[in-house]
Ligand binder design. Structure first.
Ligand code: DGJ
Length: 366
């Protein structure tokens, strides 16, 4: 195993190869349109520069992935603007929008453009470029036949720990802003949105200085909270608290990968387990072997891509943040490895989703 380099702080990479998604030379060819021309382009290289099918560097940080209608949709932060430090020394970029990408094989990502736009003309709007907007997660509400995007709305300076909601009739947007605020009146950090087996959707987010994780049931439209919540994973908070929850299910049990709390700096993630989404949850242990990495291969969870088969491969989807130049942050995606009912994250220089059962039919989606 080669240990990944420390967080990159280099300038935005020029377009063209090399790419973390291994591609043949013709960078501008659309691989979705020409699948037969891309027989070897099947590898994901965690931590390298990843390009979309038009050759542009993918901007989808803190992302969420939704499988819908035979394809995967990856939503994430466009962090391509200049990185600045605020008064409290926190790095941020102007909000340029949430981007989306579509793929049927998790390797070739076709750009769909900006699906949630900044509110350029209203400085008080939570989506104004001066504001922090992070970690979009989209779910489908089949009852209302709409897509709901939740996101962190941090104000200009991370002074708010709010969540926002935008909706769209089409998965690729444009998403219309609905509201932003503290869910259930609580401060909310990084979050997950997860549907339970009975169809209820839940927000899972830390609160109270990361000393507790809130599991809050959403309303039927999934556009707001219902008022029903449980408090789980209590801790001393601070660094030892839980952040960046990524939730998934396997063999009837729920799992949650969480980072510790250290801003943009990576740290050792933990894995937690529960019989029910609403808890109680317990910490199983570290996600990675400390002999292999002390900082989750220099990454933080964005989500876990859940297979649609009972024993399919769950994929850890993480960000390798570059605090000095956030737009140069990279993606660390790795298949989780199971020892009995215990998942581990192990490093691979390159790997192919085609070698795994992920819920795609020979990597054409179901
Ligand atoms: C860690 C979070 O996970 C990121 O989304 C971002 O908000 C940084 N903190 C800011 O320091």
């Amino acid at each position: 195993m080669t240990q990944p380099a420390a967080l990159s702080s280099g300038p935005e990479a020029p377009s063209g190869p090399p790419s973390g998604i291994q591609q043949p030379a013709a960078q501008t060819m659309d691989r979705e349109a020409n699948p037969i021309d891309w027989p070897d382009a099947r590898l994901l290289c965690p931590g390298d520069i990843w390009r979309d099918t038009s050759g542009e560097v993918i901007q989808a940080h803190g992302g969420g992935i939704l499988r819908h209608g035979g394809a995967y949709y990856w939503f994430g932060e466009d962090k391509s603007g200049p990185t600045t430090l605020n008064a409290r020394n926190a790095a941020r970029v102007p909000f340029r929008g949430i981007r989306a990408y579509r793929s049927t094989d998790l390797v070739a990502w076709h750009p769909l453009g900006t699906v949630l736009h900044p509110a350029d003309d209203d400085p008080s709007h939570p989506l104004h470029p001066s504001k922090v907007v992070e970690r979009p997660k989209v779910i489908y509400n089949d009852a209302g036949d709409h897509f709901v995007m939740w996101f962190k709305a941090g104000g200009a300076d991370y002074e708010y720990m709010h969540l926002g909601v935008a909706t769209s009739r089409a998965i690729a947007g444009p998403y219309q802003f609905r509201h932003a605020g503290p869910p259930n009146g609580l401060r909310a950090g990084d979050f997950a949105v997860q549907r339970d087996a009975d169809g209820s959707a839940y927000l899972i987010h830390p609160s109270d200085r990361f000393s507790v994780m809130i599991v809050a049931r959403l309303n039927d439209a999934a556009t707001g909270v219902s008022g029903e919540l449980s408090r789980v994973l209590r801790s001393s908070g601070g660094y030892e608290g839980h952040e960046a929850p990524a939730v998934f299910q396997r063999d009837g049990r729920w799992y949650m990968i969480t980072s510790r709390v250290s801003g943009w700096a990576p740290n050792p993630c933990r894995v937690c387990v529960a019989e029910r989404l609403t808890g109680p949850w317990e910490v199983m242990g570290e996600l990675c072997d400390p002999q292999e990495t002390s900082d989750t291969f220099a990454s933080q969870p964005a989500c876990v891509l859940q297979p649609d088969t009972r024993n399919g491969t769950c994929i850890y989807v993480g960000d390798r943040w570059s605090r000095e130049s956030l737009g140069d942050s990279r993606y660390v995606w790795l298949p989780l490895v199971w020892e009995g009912d215990r998942p581990w994250l192990r490093w691979q220089e390159r790997w192919s989703p085609h070698d795994h059962t992920i819920g795609v039919d020979s990597l054409g989606c179901p």
